[in-house]
Every structure is written in C-alpha cells, then in structure tokens.
Design a binder for this molecule. Sequence first.
Ligand SMILES: Nc1nc2c(ncn2[C@@H]2O[C@H](COP(=O)(O)OP(=O)(O)OP(=O)(O)O)[C@@H](O)[C@H]2O)c(=O)[nH]1
Ligand SMILES: [Mg+2]
Length: 322
Amino acid sequence: MTPKELSLGIINGDRRSLAKSITLLESRVQRDRILGEELLSYLPKNRESSLRIGITGVPGAGKSTFIETFGLYATQKGKKVAVLAVDPTSPLTGGSILGDKTRMPNLAVHPSAFIRPSPSGGNLGGVTTKTREAIVLFEASGYDVILIETVGVGQSEIAVSNMTDFFLLILIGGAGDELQGIKKGIIEMADLILINKADNNNIERAELARNEYRTALHYLQSRREYWNPDVMTVSSLYNKGIDKVWEILEKFQSQSGTHIQENRAIQRKKWLRESTETSFLEEMDSLIDTYPELKTLHEKVASGELSIRTATRILLDKYKNS
Ligand SMILES: Nc1nc2c(ncn2[C@@H]2O[C@H](COP(=O)(O)OP(=O)(O)OP(=O)(O)O)[C@@H](O)[C@H]2O)c(=O)[nH]1
Ligand SMILES: [Mg+2]
C-alpha cells in the first residue's frame, strides 16, 4: 500500500492500515523512513478532543490491570482506546516487559481498543520517537483515549510525562516511598495518584497510604496552575473506583480549557529539539567508520589531548561548511 492509501485507511479507522503504518514508522530502512514521513504528512494533526494519559508506577503495582479495567470502562462510554508502552530495552533485563497483551486479555480483543506492543530494542530516544508517532496515527484514526504505560524507575517516566496531557501514578499501600522506588520528583509530576489494590484485607493499608500521600501533596507545589492533584484508592482487579477516575479525567479536561493544547505546543517544540539531537548523534555514529578524521577527533577527546569544547566547535564548523 502507498502512504496515501495507508493514510486513508487510518482516517477511516481501518486497523490493518494502522498496524502496517506503525510497522513502517518503526522501520530503520532508509526507504521506509521516507515513506513514513510522507505518510505522516497526509494525516490530520492534533485532535483536540483526545486525551493522552501517561501511567507509571513500580513493577507489579497494577498498571496493566488498571489499563485493562479502565480501558474497558472507557469503551463502555463509547470511546476508542489505544494502549502504548514506553519501555526502553534495558541492558539488565534484556527485554520488554510492558504492553503485554496477556495482561489485558479483554481489552486486547475489544473492537474499540488497540494495544500496540512495545517497539523492540533501541534506546529511550528511539522508543519515544516511535511512541510519539504512534500517538499521531492513533489520533488520526479516531482514538479518543491514549494510555501510555511505563515502568517508574528510570528516565522513561519523564519522557512519558513530556508526551502526555495527564500523568497518573499508581502506587500500593503498605510500602514506604523507598520500598516503592518512587522518587519525590515523580510524585511532583503526578496529576493523580492512585493507591491500587484497595481490596480484601488491603483496604485499610490503602486508605492509610492515601492519607499520607494527600498530606505529602499539600507540601508540594502543584505542577500546573490550573490543576490540583489528588490521591484516591482503587481496585483495578475488582473494578472499584474506576468510575471516579473517569470523572476526575472529565473534570481535568473541562477545567483545563486551552491549557492542554498550549501544553502540547510546548511539548512539540521540546520534541523537535530532542529529535534533532538524536538524529545528529545517529548521523555522527554512522559516519565515524567512513571518516578517519572523525574517529581521530573522538580518540583525541578520549585521551584528553583535545578539549570537548574545541572538539564540539570543530564538529559544528564542519556541519556549517558541509
Ligand atoms: N488484589 C489486587 N491485585 C491486583 C490489582 N491490580 C493488579 N493486581 C495484581 O498485581 C499483579 C501485577 O499486576 P500488573 O497489572 O501486571 O502490574 P504492572 O504494574 O503492570 O506490572 P509491570 O508491567 O510488570 O511493571 C497481578 O498479579 C495482578 O493481578 C488490584 O487492584 N487488586
Ligand atoms: Mg504492566
């Protein structure tokens, strides 16, 4: 299919076109990159009614279970739901743990939902680019709610908060901050904190945690002037409190007004910078074997013979004169 045909398929909500386009945009082959760029140029941009939600929390907090339950709830409200994951392949774990369709069995087969498996391999920069482009595809295809899961232990949650409108932090009761591996910075980023697994004999612990985090939030500067983050307990497994989360999101959308679009504009500028940086570095890496002087420059910096400042200037001069 040509990029034009793919774009028409996407706009008409055809799932196969969507899946093919995602594969095209993730390809590293030069020809595919050109086709991918053409495809993106045909798509309508910036669907104002969509809501992009970032979801983070320590492994096992119940992010995928929440997405399954919340996603199904959203489909019942007549929404189309897309699920993506930002999961840079860790050299330690060696693979993708997120976006696992088996953890979202009912949502995975729902006609109004689309779960995109994590792009395999690559660094955070590569993964975030692919995720941003997937967001554009999903929105062009009429998806209203975009859920982006990431594990809350590294840099990826910052990347996710930079590509979403609303940031959700999922915690569990009965574990201190240290235990949950959650940094203060992440709490500050949250628009809503959910204490999950508030069910069976865990309810009391969850409520205690909710009160503690509420107190903690009082002492933190809220991140957006138009929104005050809150903490609530839910049970994703037993579908408790999910309707309240939906109400909060509706309130956020109506209360935010034009702020969401303004925030997206700021994000897009940031993406351009990041994307330029990534592309430059990729280009340099690919040239290093063909240009001995580039290799020598790196070696001189490594040995301390040449300052980084001078080497950077040489690289910039070469770029300007090329
Ligand atoms: N009791 C109870 N168990 C839950 C709840 N939510 C999730 N779980 C269980 O917690 C375990 C981990 O849930 P996941 O949804 O896979 O957690 P996750 O945060 O996506 O985990 P990773 O993707 O590995 O980081 C599973 O066994 C779930 O069944 C809940 O609300 N109550
Ligand atoms: Mg998960």
